[in-house]
Design a protein around this ligand. Structure first.
Ligand SMILES: [Zn+2]
Ligand SMILES: [Zn+2]
Length: 345
């Protein structure tokens, strides 16, 4: 089968290769990948800003159909429509694993970076990682369960957005637009902030329910501009989804005293902003590292009930053989979510 693989550490070093088709061992299944989303992390992997264990097939957001199931897999059968959590293995011994926080395990081996990933026709995964795609949810939308689960963990579980709050978000990419929809589902007021490059994405943010959208380059005073959309009050919660240092600075300015600062985006390098504001404003900074299991059924429910519309985020589809063009689209921020469709090769 063909697969898109990081073949060595260093910038680039991604190639389409022919690799053997996997077969399941005990407790494992093989999924025929229907759709696999390109994530910001894949871009960081391209730039070698994210740890990988090459040679390895990349890609970790997917949905598909079980085509082979190993011994001791009772709960699943061939033909089941599924999506899968991304931790191929964690150590099971460290304190984080033992207190149920596998996402923080230092020895975590995730698909698409340290274990074979989803930019291939077939993916091998432990059956214990599977979640059923409900009837009524298409497999393309289901491929966005993983980024939504990360966002549910970050915005709902960790930062705890509540009805009636004012929320400012930066970065209207896939994570930002999922976060925006969660903020609206929670009943809060949401203002999405982007740059000139985000014109189309800001338009989509408005259509997805943002109370206000702002191109930061078009306003003189961002605090006043955002405040107009809030009506009363300042930001109770700010959510950084862009991974751009300037956005972090903007959000520190926008955060009210006692606000929460939720970091979703990755900068890929150290950045500087006024940390003293964390003291003076008594900001509570929350982070999020991938997802936790409990976020997956919630995400699938939000998707099938269309409380979060993933299909609106899917703008491009490419066969695996055109992975480089697909990555270019992501780099140029042309679309929102770009899918690879292995079945089309
Ligand atoms: Zn991802
Ligand atoms: Zn562990």
């Amino acid at each position: 089968m063909i697969a898109v693989r990081k073949i060595a550490r260093g910038v680039g070093k991604i190639e389409l290769q022919d690799v053997p088709q996997p077969h399941p061992g005990p407790g494992q299944v093989v999924i025929e990948v229907n759709s696999a989303g390109i994530c910001g992390t894949d871009l960081h992997i391209y730039l070698d800003e994210f740890e990988t264990r090459p040679p390895v097939t990349i890609g970790h957001e997917l949905a598909g159909v079980i085509v082979e199931s190993g011994r001791d897999v009772d709960a699943w059968k061939v033909g089941d429509r599924v999506t899968t959590e991304t931790y191929f293995s964690t150590c099971g011994c460290c304190l984080d694993c033992r207190r149920g926080r596998r996402n923080l395990c230092l020895h975590r081996r995730s698909i698409g970076s340290k274990e074979e990933g989803a930019f291939a026709q077939y993916l091998l995964t432990p059956a214990s990682n599977l979640h059923r795609v409900p009837d009524g949810l298409d497999l393309e939308s289901a491929a966005l369960t993983e980024p939504l689960a990360c966002t549910v963990h970050g915005v709902l579980d960790t930062a705890g957005v509540r009805a009636g709050e004012n929320v400012a978000l930066t970065g209207p990419g896939p994570i930002g637009l999922l976060a925006l929809q969660l903020v609206k589902v929670a009943g809060a007021t949401a203002v999405m902030i982007g740059t000139r490059l985000d014109t189309q994405r800001l338009k989509l943010a408005k259509e997805l329910g943002a109370d206000g959208v702002i191109n930061v380059e078009e306003v003189d005073n961002i605090v006043e501009a955002v405040g107009e959309f809030f009506g009363t009050g300042t930001a109770d919660l700010v959510v950084e989804c862009s991974g751009a240092a300037a956005a972090a600075k903007t959000l520190v300015d926008l955060a009210s005293r006692g606000a929460r600062f939720c970091q979703m985006g990755l900068y890929g390098k150290p950045i500087t902003f006024n940390q003293d504001a964390v003291c003076y404003k008594e900001l509570v900074v929350t982070g999020t590292n991938a997802s936790v299991t409990s976020a997956w059924p919630k995400s699938l429910k939000l998707l099938v009930q269309k409380q979060v519309d993933a299909s609106r985020l899917i703008t491009h589809r490419f066969p695996l053989t055109e992975w480089d063009q697909a990555l270019e689209v992501v780099k140029r921020k042309e679309g929102v979510k770009v899918l690879l469709k292995p079945g089309q090769d």
